[in-house]
Design a protein around this ligand. Structure first.
Ligand code: FAD
Length: 432
């Protein structure tokens, strides 16, 4: 099969196995599997790409639910969309969700995904009670934050490089309605949005859209969107989406002028349209899921997402330098998301750490990689790092400098023989 991540870059040929049960996964291991696990392919770069891939999507059974504790046990191929469909009407929600619901539980654990509530609830794996992992030799090992701790902390955020996650327990969160009360606030520049993140730290959900094409005094102008679960509204399922982008858009659809125009209209329109509203959780958390295959907007060469975090103390200055570089290169992005993270967790390769993070999409075209190398220098100079699940191009040197626990991760990988069996294009590029 031809496979790629969500950025459609790179695209490779791969032989894909889809085992239907843990026993069939074991057969793959014993038959000499060498490659990586894959879920819904929503990681942007090359972390789920290898010449041989095991798709976890056929392991899609719910195993058990405890109505008292809210702990759901399910197989790793169950998607967040499946969980929401079944549990929202019963008054339960995901403790943490990324900006798409079309990801598998295995993928969410392997990337230790974060959401708009990271500053309060941390990342996805902090709500995993335990997980079952198939090791390189076909054995199944159960691990958690208290049992087989090192294996757990290497697997959570470990990009599939310790084994195949078979199943997990997730602690769901009780809700009384499927609606969110959202407030949108305008920040005229970068200093203002940083202060506002501080000021609204107690809001359950917070995220900002930043106009990365604005220059001068307006540089960093943003819209901060705060959200709380509504209490006095119904528990209702989302309506299914059927809009889709049917083909790759022409190369020139997104250019510096169309992006600048979009950003300016969005900034003024959204703000003046409605500052306070009650909105269903589906468009609130997953606005991009409303159009299937929206990634085709970037054309057939694809795109890459540049997502980085800077430590608290250097966030303001580092972010200013990155935005200046983007504006002067005329390489803005229409979907730029700024977020303030809470504390770092114990997982060896998890991305979040206390500070500001920014995510921007860049079309693959002439000069884009040289430009991103420039941004890398700014991120490194300010003590930051890139998110592995979005990455398709980071250098080994940058990875090892910015993920200081990579050696502990490698020790676990070697101890369980995973380094000989599980690898992706990304792991080879990063030297792990
Ligand atoms: C529109 C959009 C918005 C997003 N928003 C966010 C966000 O807000 N926050 C965030 O953190 N992420 C976000 N993401 C990224 C996404 O949540 C992660 O990339 C997630 O890991 C994708 O899951 P997947 O099932 O598609 O996994 P894949 O992309 O298939 O794989 C991702 C990684 O998980 C590993 N993996 C998958 N299944 C298994 C398994 N069974 N066992 C072991 N390893 C496995 C793969 O080897 C790979 O390393 C977004 C992605 C999109 C497309």
């Amino acid at each position: 099969m031809r496979i790629s991540g969500w950025g459609n870059y790179p695209v490779i040929d791969s032989s894909v196995d889809s085992p239907l049960s843990p026993t069939q996964v074991e057969h793959c291991m014993l038959a000499g599997f060498n490659g990586i696990a894959r879920g819904m392919g929503r990681s942007y770069g090359d972390s789920s790409l290898s010449s041989h891939v095991i798709s976890g999507l056929s392991l899609h059974h719910l195993l058990d639910f405890d109505n008292e504790t809210g702990v759901l046990r399910c197989q790793a191929g169950v998607t967040l969309a499946d969980i929401l469909d079944l549990f929202v009407p019963r008054g339960w929600f995901l403790p943490v969700t990324p900006g798409t619901k079309f990801v598998s539980v295995g993928g969410a654990i392997a990337s230790d995904v974060h959401g708009k509530n990271h500053h309060i609830d941390g990342s996805f794996c902090e709500h995993i009670t335990e997980l079952d992992l198939m090791l390189a030799d076909g054995r199944i090992e159960r691990c958690s934050a208290t049992h087989n701790r090192e294996l757990f902390h290497a697997t959570c955020g470990g990009m599939g490089l310790t084994g195949i996650i078979l199943s997990a327990g997730i602690r769901l969160k009780p809700i009384t309605s499927s609606y969110i009360d959202e407030v949108t606030l305008k920040a005229p520049d970068l200093t203002a949005i940083i202060e506002m993140f501080e000021q609204y730290l107690s809001s359950t959900y917070s995220v900002a859209w930043i106009d990365c094409a604005a220059r001068g005094k307006r540089m960093g102008r943003s819209l901060l969107m705060l959200g709380e679960h509504a209490i006095d509204a119904p528990l209702r399922n989302a309506t299914p989406h059927n809009r889709s982008l049917p083909f790759n858009m022409p190369e020139h659809t997104l250019n510096r002028y169309s992006i600048k125009a979009f950003n300016s209209v969005y900034y003024h329109r959204k703000f003046f349209a409605r500052q306070q509203r009650r909105i269903h959780y589906d468009p609130y958390f997953y606005p991009l899921d409303g159009v299937l295959h929206w990634n085709r907007l970037y054309g057939k060469k694809g795109f890459t997402q540049y997502q980085f975090v800077l430590p608290q103390e250097s966030s303001a200055e580092g972010m200013r330098q990155v935005l200046e570089r983007i504006v002067s290169a005329g390489r803005g992005s229409p979907l730029a998301v700024l977020k303030s993270f809470g504390r770092e967790n114990d997982n060896f390769l998890s991305f979040p750490r206390q500070g500001l993070q920014l995510a921007l999409d860049f079309k693959i075209n002439d000069g884009v990689f040289e430009f991103l190398n420039d941004l890398d220098s700014i991120v490194l100079d300010h003590g930051g790092r890139l998110y592995l699940t979005k990455d398709a191009r980071m250098s080994e040197a940058m990875f090892k400098q910015s993920y200081p626990r990579w050696q502990q991760f490698m020790d676990v990988r070697t101890r369980y023989g995973a380094d000989k069996v599980f690898n992706s294009l990304q792991s080879k590029r990063l030297g792990i």
